[in-house]
Design a protein around this ligand. Structure first.
Ligand SMILES: [Zn+2]
Length: 200
């Protein structure tokens, strides 16, 4: 079976990642070895981001196949090798995603940094217990929401009904999101076909 390994196009000079600039001799091997590599599961779902150094080892050991490469070659003691930009595991990682831990940051992410009472995107978000802690409300995904400080103040130690406030959505545990691994990362153009949704 023939496998086509395409090269990533040279990125525009302005603000482009150094490992994508030019090719061959121009690539700084010290930068290239640390460049990010998207790791896909056997089923092509992203599972991780690793370094070129790690990816080369995985391909070399037969644990992954090279799908796409950075421009430029890595020069090693045993000769020049391709620098992977995307690799795919040759086995299926069944539960690659850790359960989402309940934290303030995760709740804000789930609620899209929006107050769940007034619906405004707020800078001064707080964590609100829908059934207040003092009324034995649990510290669980189903009982915590993001609330702006104004709404939190208004609601105080009351339930939404007591405070005559309405939740915009019923809070629940977020789905395990395979693309979480890509949050707050630079997404290389070459990766985009494997990331079928807008992360912004
Ligand atoms: Zn609010």
């Amino acid at each position: 079976m023939t496998r086509v390994v395409s090269q990533t196009k040279a990125a525009p000079a302005d603000g482009a990642a150094p490992y994508l600039n030019g090719g061959g001799e121009q690539s700084d091997p010290r930068v290239l070895i640390r460049a990010p590599v998207l790791v896909l599961n056997l089923n092509y779902v992203p599972v991780n981001v690793c370094t070129v150094r790690r990816a080369v080892v995985m391909v070399d050991k037969g644990k992954a196949e090279l799908l796409e490469q950075h421009e430029g070659l890595l020069h090693t003691v045993s000769g020049a090798v391709d620098a992977p930009a995307i690799i795919r595991l040759v086995y299926l990682v069944k539960r690659p995603f850790l359960p989402r831990k309940l934290s303030k940051k995760e709740v804000f992410l789930r609620d899209r940094f929006t107050c769940q009472y007034c619906g405004k995107k707020a800078q001064d978000l707080t964590l609100d217990h829908v059934i207040p802690r003092r009324q034995n409300g649990a510290h669980t995904w189903e009982n915590v929401v993001a609330a702006c400080s104004r709404c939190n103040l208004r609601k105080a130690g009351h339930t939404p009904a007591e405070a005559k406030m309405t939740l915009r959505t019923a809070p629940r545990a977020p789905d395990p999101n395979p693309y979480m691994i890509l949050q707050n990362r630079t997404i290389l153009d070459a990766w985009k076909p494997y990331i079928p949704w807008n992360l912004e």
